[in-house]
Design a protein around this ligand. Structure first.
Ligand code: HEM
Length: 426
């Protein structure tokens, strides 16, 4: 690794190291990143919120009050090592000690570590009992007429996020039982012998990071067109305060899993040749936001000028009318049709990826029920809009530039049930 890092910027280097993983990548990463001041926990585990997904209060905000997601992300897809249902109390205690080690070693948030653990339908199928009424965790399925995704069958998913690549890598190594110490604290336990890591997926989000990472990546033209100020490969800012569901809106509000949420995770490949080489800037703005956004020049650069809202609900105009009259409809404009009481019903925590040297998005969203995701995705697909001049793919938002490769659903229990939960824990 020492030889191949020449010429790579520090941040690009750290992202490659996160993608590779393992002890030597971690060592290399530790040499390159500023490591002296990653803060240990300020709150004892018992003082942390019961919601695993309560991240926003611990993350940085920009000048408009938009939450700034951590820069580095690592997804560990896990298989339970045992054959039957997870029922051994000692395994539950070991796992809880492993998660508490992470919570003590790092302050929660982008300056330290934010993480969640969720469990898939296959994990709960191991038990005779059913999930309680009101918890919606269906098997994943294809959701659009034009897709044929692989449906993941993992037992569990750990999502690790931090502004430091070495923190996500260290947490992974500690969980796997490869480290005795984490950020100066003894590792109390690990998931060794309980879970195997079946797949790792990695990524990043933040101004400048995609531009730095675009070179030689499949799905992106060789001209390296991704703008410097873009937080994502497609060139625009995503996740405004007013276009995201609140953490309250996505939290399960009753039953034994109250305080929990669900994750939908898809892996989406990007095909950005036409996007950057044939479409004009106005077409990109129209397809991402709305034709009105292009007509009225509402978006400067990546859209940081938009403040705390994309404006699709306020000025975006009617999706059906734009489809009929303009032959183009915007991605955000369409997705906003899924809002309830004026507010989005999913909280997006997605990020870009160059896993396997392919430009992709790990689309991770939180919602109270998977049905809320399905409803939003239907609104985004917009099959109802294609009767007039909008072709089912071209000019229909960004559908033409993306293909969904994997889909998965997970239940993220509240912290009190995060370690090997039974389907009906109370
Ligand atoms: C490949 C990936 C995608 C990219 C690059 C992307 C990008 C964006 C951008 C730039 C916006 C406008 C800014 C904002 O409000 O955040 C937006 C809005 C939105 N997107 Fe996506 N998106 C992608 C995939 C998806 C998917 C798969 C869904 C799932 C249904 C989705 C749901 C939404 C929603 C709900 C909104 C906000 C709508 C509202 O204002 O109510 N996006 N997206």
């Amino acid at each position: 690794m020492n030889g191949s890092d020449r010429g790579l910027s520090r941040r690009a280097f750290v992202r490659s190291a996160v993608a590779i993983g393992g002890a030597s990548a971690l060592a290399a990463c530790l040499q390159r990143e500023e490591t002296a001041d990653v803060p240990q926990a300020e709150l004892a585990p018992d003082e942390l919120p019961d919601r695993q997904h309560a991240w926003n209060e611990f993350l940085a905000e920009d000048d408009h009050g938009n939450v700034e997601p951590p820069e580095h992300h690592l997804l560990l897809a896990l298989e339970y090592v045992g054959d039957g249902p997870a029922d051994a109390e000692d395994e539950r205690e070991r796992l809880e000690a492993a998660f508490r080690t992470l919570e003590k070693a790092y302050k929660r948030g982008d300056e330290g570590l934010a993480f969640t653990v969720g469990y898939g339908p296959n994990y709960f199928d191991r038990f005779d009992a059913d999930l309680p009424e009101g918890v919606d965790l269906p098997d994943p399925e294809a959701l659009a007429p034009i897709e044929d995704p692989h449906l993941d069958e993992y037992d569990a998913l750990v999502h690790l996020a931090s502004d430091y690549g070495h923190v996500t890598l260290s947490a992974e190594e500690a969980l796997k039982g490869e480290l005795d110490e984490l950020n100066g604290l003894a590792v109390e336990d690990t998931f060794e012998g309980i879970f195997d890591v079946a797949e790792r997926r990695t990524g990043f989000i933040g101004r400048g990071l995609p531009a730095e990472r675009q070179s030689g990546v499949g799905g992106i033209p060789d001209s390296e067109p991704v703008p410097e100020d873009a937080p994502l490969f497609m060139g625009f800012k995503s996740g405004f305060r007013k276009t995201q569901a609140s953490e309250d809106r996505v939290t399960i509000d009753s039953g034994p899993f109250a305080g929990g949420t669900t994750i939908h995770l898809s892996k989406i490949q990007l095909h950005l040749h036409q996007w950057y080489e044939q479409d004009s800037r106005d077409q990109r703005v129209a397809k991402m936001f709305s034709p009105t956004h292009a007509d009225d020049d509402l978006v400067e650069g990546a859209g940081h000028n938009l403040g705390d809202s994309s404006g699709v609900a306020e000025v975006g105009g009617d999706a059906a009318a734009d489809a009929r009259n303009r032959g183009t409809v915007g991605h955000a404009q369409k997705a906003a049709r899924a809002r309830e009481d004026g507010e989005p019903i999913i909280l997006r925590r997605d990020f870009d990826s160059t896993d396997d040297d392919r430009a992709a998005v790990h689309f991770l969203s939180l919602q109270r029920s998977i049905a809320d995701f399905v409803k939003t995705r239907r609104a985004m697909t917009g099959s109802d809009l294609t009767e007039g001049s909008v072709n089912s793919r071209t000019n229909n938002g960004i559908l033409q530039y993306i293909s969904v490769r994997n889909r998965a659903n997970y239940l993220v229990p509240p912290r009190r049930h995060r370690s090997l939960p039974e389907p009906n824990p109370e």
